[in-house]
Design a protein around this ligand. Structure first.
Ligand SMILES: C[S@@+](CC[C@H](N)C(=O)[O-])C[C@H]1O[C@@H](n2cnc3c(N)ncnc32)[C@H](O)[C@@H]1O
Length: 249
C-alpha cells in the first residue's frame, strides 16, 4: 500500500492490487509508469502535488474540470476538495490508473466520470467544453512545436475555449542542454526557467492563450494558461513539499 497524505487534510491510499500485486518488490516492470514514479521518486511526486494545489487554487470559480492524464487522481482529489465542480471528467490510458480511479475516486465523488482513453487519440468531440482542462502530459517547447500529437491536443483543447488550461512542462529537466537553443528560437537571452516560460507563453499566442501563472522546481514546471495575450505572469519556485507525505507500508 502507498499512502499519499496531503497538507494534513486529504489522503489517497493505493492498495497493492493496483500495482499488479508486486507492491514494493523489485519487479517494477509491470507497473504503470506513474505508479512506478511514486515508488521511485516520492520527493518529486510530493512537489508535483504541491504544484497541483497551487494551480487548482488559481482556478477558483471553475465549475467543470477535465483531466486527460489523471494518473492516480492526486489533482482530481485537490480539484474536488478545493473547487467542488459540478462536472468532473478524468481519463488515463493506464489500466492500473483507471481501475484505481474508478474504484477509489468515482465511488467517493458522484460527479466524477472516469474512462480509459488515450489522450493523443481523441477526436475533437471527445474534448470537453469545461472551465478547467488539465493536460498533465510533460509538454515542452520542442514538443509543442515539433510533435504533431502534442500540437493537435493543444489545438483541440483551445478550440473548446476553456477558462483555464493546466499543463506540466519538462523543459527544466534538460534546461542546461537546451538553453542556447531557446535563446536562438525566442530571440532573447534565456538564462533561467522563468525566461524559458516567458518564451513559451509567447508561443501560445498562436492559440489565443498566454501563461498567467507558473510554478516550477528543478525538473519540471506546471503552467496555467488563460485566454488573451497578456505579457507577464506570476512565477513561483518550490524546492520541496514538507506538507505532503508519501510512504509505503
Ligand atoms: C504525471 S502522471 C499524471 C498525474 C496526475 N495528474 C495525478 O494527479 O495523479 C501522467 C499520467 O499520464 C498517463 N498517460 C501517459 N500517456 C498517456 C496518453 N497518451 N493518454 C492518456 N494518459 C496517458 C500516465 O499513465 C500517467 O498516469
Amino acid at each position: 500500500m502507498i499512502t499519499i497524505s496531503m497538507f494534513g487534510k486529504w489522503v489517497l491510499k493505493i492498495p497493492d492490487r493496483y500495482m499488479d500485486g508486486s507492491a514494493m518488490s523489485n519487479e517494477l516492470g509491470s507497473l504503470s509508469p506513474f505508479i512506478r514514479s511514486i515508488i521511485l521518486r516520492p520527493d518529486l511526486v510530493a512537489i508535483d502535488t504541491y504544484c497541483y494545489k497551487r494551480i487548482v487554487e488559481y482556478c477558483k470559480g471553475a465549475q467543470s474540470v477535465a483531466e486527460y492524464f489523471a494518473g492516480v487522481g492526486i489533482m482530481t482529489l485537490l480539484a474536488e476538495e478545493i473547487l467542488h465542480p459540478k462536472f468532473h471528467w478524468i481519463s488515463d490510458y493506464s489500466d492500473d490508473c483507471v481501475a484505481f480511479l474508478q474504484d477509489v475516486l468515482c465511488t467517493k465523488y458522484a460527479n466524477i466520470n472516469c474512462e480509459k482513453r488515450d489522450a493523443f487519440n481523441m477526436q475533437p468531440y471527445q474534448v470537453h467544453s469545461y472551465d478547467l482542462i488539465s493536460l498533465d502530459c510533460n509538454m515542452s517547447y520542442g514538443k509543442l512545436v515539433n510533435d504533431p500529437r502534442y500540437r493537435s491536443l493543444v489545438s483541440m483543447t483551445v478550440k473548446k475555449c476553456p477558462k483555464f488550461i493546466h499543463m506540466s512542462d519538462k523543459a527544466a529537466a534538460y534546461f542546461h542542454v537546451n538553453k542556447s537553443k531557446y535563446t536562438k528560437h525566442f530571440g532573447f537571452n534565456v538564462d533561467s526557467i522563468e525566461d524559458y516560460l516567458v518564451g513559451l507563453s509567447l508561443c501560445f499566442r498562436d492559440f489565443g492563450y498566454h501563461i498567467s501563472y507558473a510554478i516550477g522546481y528543478k525538473t519540471a514546471s506546471h503552467i496555467l494558461l488563460t485566454k488573451g495575450i497578456a505579457g507577464s505572469f506570476d512565477f513561483e519556485w518550490v524546492d520541496r513539499a514538507d506538507d505532503v507525505d508519501i510512504f509505503s507500508s
